[in-house]
Design a protein around this ligand. Structure first.
Ligand code: SAM
Length: 301
């Protein structure tokens, strides 16, 4: 397959994604994120969101997802971003191709603030289906923040019942001698230690704190669509916010891994993946989408 662009381990193909997928090596990609066609029937400036009726659309996706599974590495993950029109059908299709045991989650991403619907509840979320190729072996980084990495579990000052000597499997800390006391009970401390939630710095216990919310409702402001954030202009239709894709890439891949997006659009995945030092394989049938992405990639130092 002819490459449209290649630089800094980022490769873009301008073709039908099925043709590209068929040409890719098996077991070669760590993470796939695709913001697929929702099949709304709308014709946007930049692409036509119309595959056909639902049955036709699901068959259209079936052959592509079979290939996506093939190219995914054994410990790889796949995220398909869709909405209420296709999500239930896509879930069944993914179960059929991957197996229900490979289903990890259905993520609800809030895309907009209330818009005022007529005779209905406003539909404010879209759906990201998350599957892994092997439920016994996949990457899931909890992503400890560099800045808020740890919280001390002690304070200065001697308190008789909280300044004893504790033994964390050979790491002995004499709080009395250090003129310090621990902030929670010995029992709670030991439980955290057992759960691998404590790290030791200068022989003192700190609690690991995770900045990644672990729930499947992604509704922070930074994850809203552009128009809900009053950021109206983008060089390509229906871009997804970087924060959504950043969270997926950070959690389910490591630096140097290969990320793929076969419905590239304005290139959000490519931009985030490059910033996060991942390799990338991207595809869009639209030349404009590829060109917009290339421009954005070149702007990243
Ligand atoms: C919803 S947009 C993706 C938007 C993207 N997530 C972003 O942040 O900009 C879907 C894209 O899929 C592309 N597309 C549709 N059918 C395709 C096909 N068969 N092969 C490759 N790309 C396709 C469209 O041209 C469109 O750019």
């Amino acid at each position: 397959m002819k490459k449209y662009y290649e630089q800094d381990d980022q490769v873009i193909y301008n073709c039908d994604n099925l043709d590209l997928l068929k040409s890719l090596k098996s077991n070669s990609i760590n993470l796939i994120y695709c913001d697929i066609l929702y099949n709304t029937g709308k014709v946007f400036d930049d692409y036509n969101d119309n595959i056909g009726d639902t049955e036709y659309a699901i068959n259209w996706y079936r052959e592509r997802i079979i290939e996506m599974k093939r190219v995914l590495k054994d410990n790889g993950s796949i995220f398909l971003h869709c909405n209420w029109r296709l999500d239930s059908y896509m879930r069944i299709l993914m179960d059929e191709i991957f197996s229900p045991t490979c289903f990890r989650n259905r993520i609800y991403r809030r895309h907009s603030k209330e818009r005022g619907f007529y005779r209905n509840f406003d539909s404010q979320v879209d759906i990201i289906l998350y599957y892994v190729k092997d439920p016994a072996n996949f990457i899931f980084n909890e992503n400890i923040s560099e800045t808020e990495k740890v919280t001390p579990l002690f304070e200065n000052g001697y308190i008789k019942e909280r300044s004893k000597t504790l033994d964390f499997n050979g790491i002995k800390i004499d709080f009395k001698k250090l003129n310090k006391h621990y902030l929670i009970s010995k029992k709670e401390l030991m439980k955290l230690y057992k759960n691998n939630e404590i790290i030791f710095i200068d022989n003192l216990p700190y609690r690991k704190s995770y900045i990644m919310p672990t729930g499947n409702l992604w509704d922070s402001d930074e994850m809203l669509d552009n128009y809900s954030r009053n950021k109206v202009f983008d060089s390509y239709d229906t871009p997804k916010p970087e924060a959504v894709i950043e969270k997926i890439i950070k959690t389910c891949s490591n630096e140097g891994d290969t990320v793929a997006d076969f419905f590239l659009g304005g290139g959000t995945t490519a931009v985030v993946a490059k910033k996060l030092k991942r390799k990338g394989i991207y595809c869009d049938i639209s030349k404009k989408a590829c060109d917009v992405t290339i421009k954005k990639l070149k702007e990243i130092q």
